[in-house]
Design a protein around this ligand. Structure first.
Ligand code: KIV
Length: 277
């Protein structure tokens, strides 16, 4: 059956029907077209592109222009897949007007289906204003990589009763503000389940255990492309990096031995005066 792009109402409907869906990252046309060919329903052009595409140590340095530059080819490569575009650090914290302006830029210039922004109830008014301006918003709580420093590093969040209650408050406020879905990153499974039960919008879990409405992973992590760093919550479904290195080495060896290019890969028409002895 041909893939049909998820719509905003589908997010809530899937949750009501208990239909689990999946969500992965893409940052370029080729990867987007591969995800589009798969049955995965949602793509995130995440600011994790800072590490994965640009080689940064963290996401903080990613700019609005970086995001738009990467969202555009993903949208082009994945016409049948819902695409979310991340709002980078510094693009929505200064003031509501600036946040609305930048959300509109990402949505309009990038061409994606929604924006995603990190933060709890302190951003509820910002989320409300962006939605009022006509841009759908996906929230993101738990471990929020842009502000990981102030959370004590890349650590599980909501690991105390107080912390878990705060996450539930955040989720309720974000739903009330009008967000259509909510990423929950790195929280204990029981807390993620409580979050799922507390709101009627789908909980998109990454490192949040099995009791959520949708599972999220970074594509390069799940395909085994990125390198040696592998968070506990990542399952590697392939070792594409190993296969790529092997293929590159084979190409090099065959170039040296002359096995490549054989007749199959060469243009062998005869040109007078240019015969090969
Ligand atoms: O930028 C990103 O890849 C993300 C995911 C971790 C959800 O925000």
């Amino acid at each position: 059956m041909a893939k049909k792009k998820m719509t905003l109402p589908d997010f809530k409907r899937y949750k009501e029907e208990g239909r689990i869906f999946s969500y992965v990252t893409a940052y370029d046309y080729t990867m987007a077209s591969i995800v589009n060919e798969s049955d995965v329903e949602v793509i995130l052009v995440g600011d994790s592109l800072g590490m994965i595409m640009l080689g940064y140590d963290e996401t903080v340095g990613v700019t609005m222009d970086d995001m738009i530059h990467h969202i555009k080819p993903v949208v082009k490569g994945a016409p049948d897949t819902f695409v979310a575009g991340d709002m980078p650090f510094g693009s929505y914290e200064i003031g509501i007007e600036k946040a609305v302006e930048n959300a509109i830029r990402i949505y309009k210039e990038g061409g994606c289906d929604c924006v995603k922004l990190e933060g709890g109830e302190e951003f509820a008014e910002t989320i409300e204003a962006i939605i009022k301006a006509g841009v759908p918003v996906m929230g993101h709580i738990g471990l929020t990589p842009q502000t990981a420093g102030s959370l004590g590093g890349f650590k599980v969040q909501g690991g105390t009763t107080e912390g878990a209650r705060k996450l539930i408050e955040d989720a309720r406020r974000i739903e009330e503000a009008g967000a259509f879905s909510l990423v929950v990153e790195c929280v204990p499974s029981g807390v993620a389940k409580a979050l799922k039960d507390a709101v009627s919008i789908p909980i998109l879990g990454i490192g949040a255990g099995p009791h959520v409405d949708c599972q999220v992973l970074v594509t390069q992590d799940l395909l085994g492309m990125y390198g040696d760093f592998k968070p506990k919550f990542v399952k590697q479904y392939a070792n594409i990096r190993g296969q790529m290195v092997e293929a590159l080495n084979q190409f090099r060896e065959e170039s040296i031995s002359g096995e490549f290019p054989s007749d199959e890969y060469s243009f062998n028409m005869r040109v007078e005066g240019f015969e090969i002895e």
